[in-house]
Design a protein around this ligand. Sequence first.
Ligand code: FO1
Length: 328
Amino acid sequence: MRIVVLTGGIGGARFLLGVRAYAQEVGAEVTAVVNVGDDLRLHGLRVCPDLDSVMYTLGGGADPERGWGRTGETWTVKEELAAYGAEPGWFGLGDKDLATHLVRTTMLDAGYPLHQVTEALATRWQPGVRLLPATNDRLETHVIVSARSELASPAAAGGFGGGQQAIHFQEWWVRHRAQLPTHRFVFVGAEAAKPAPGVAEAIAEADVVLIAPSNPVVSITPILAVAGVREAVTTGPAPVVGVSPIIGGAPVRGMADRCLAVVGVECSAAGVGQLYGARTAGGLLDGWLVAEEDAQTVVPQVTVRAAPLRMIDEAATVAMVRAAVEMA
Ligand code: FO1
């Protein structure tokens, strides 16, 4: 069996721990198609938070409390940068994590595409699943907020008028904790971006496509903003089953509620299910797995089932994955 998972963020990385264990049980191959909209260039380095979250989590090197970055991290470089007054002070790269960005950037600057660089980095971590960026092309999530003079990058993308300005997703998420008056998200570069080599092929050859319980707005939507990825999922032969990141009207972790409010979608299993939509109606889903608390959820033309959806340990996560695959 071949399983493809669309994923991003820490919830997605933890879900993949269950997918990998399930795949080992049943002898399946797993390809994770990972969001790159959170990526940024910082101090000359390419940082890929979602690819790294998956790689470190599956490789046993992720800090379980922080959720991002490495275990046993030290912060000497961050402190030295702060001593120079180097901006941005609100985004911290740990010393161990920096090594990843140095190797990645060196390889990218030498001309290797991101999917090959990701494969090279993963030889150290042996994640046990194939990791693919959604695209090798530039795709960056920006957030259009009400203009405020104290923001670091006023009118970064220009041309929004009406007192609006664009800031990078990380500035919105980390610096402002998603608390700014926000108008919309823009996936810069998405129109021109092509799926990374292997992505469309993996989806076309899959027996099941799973949508991880990741943030639907800023983790899954940017993956699907790559036209070739969306088309492969919506028209491919494999059934598509999503797992709800919302339980009883609240996100399991993170700030999905704030992101959903920006796009005018109710923070509920039904709201996210309808945002994804039925494959039979041009959307994504054949099946939608919701928490037992949300068993009454209805998404038109989508099969809905309920199961325990809290990823309290690997066994619970494997059970979720099994329920999703059985729906398919
Ligand atoms: N999140 C924070 O809240 N503060 C940070 O300083 C921070 C640094 C950071 C560095 C590397 C990395 O891979 C992730 C990092 N994150 C940090 C997490 C990241 O901002 C987000 O949680 C994800 O992009 C959302 O999935």
